[in-house]
Design a protein around this ligand. Structure first.
Ligand SMILES: [Zn+2]
Length: 58
């Protein structure tokens, strides 16, 4: 089982998909992606909870 985040589901116009083994790793990778690709310098609690809400198990 993997944790999968589709960047589009978070609200970005982006085909990026983040996969990780744990929720914590997925959040970290999503934060890095948001920073590098979308210029999001700070993941607010709102963004973090949005990311968690669209996270899927695959
Ligand atoms: Zn993205």
């Amino acid at each position: 089982m993997k944790k999968v985040i589709h960047c589009r589901d978070v609200g970005f116009d982006c085909d990026g998909i983040i996969t990780a083994r744990t929720e914590e790793e997925a959040l970290t990778l999503a934060a890095e992606h948001a920073n590098k690709v979308h210029g999001v310098t700070k993941v607010t609690p709102e963004i973090a909870s949005k990311i968690k809400s669209v996270m899927r198990d695959e």
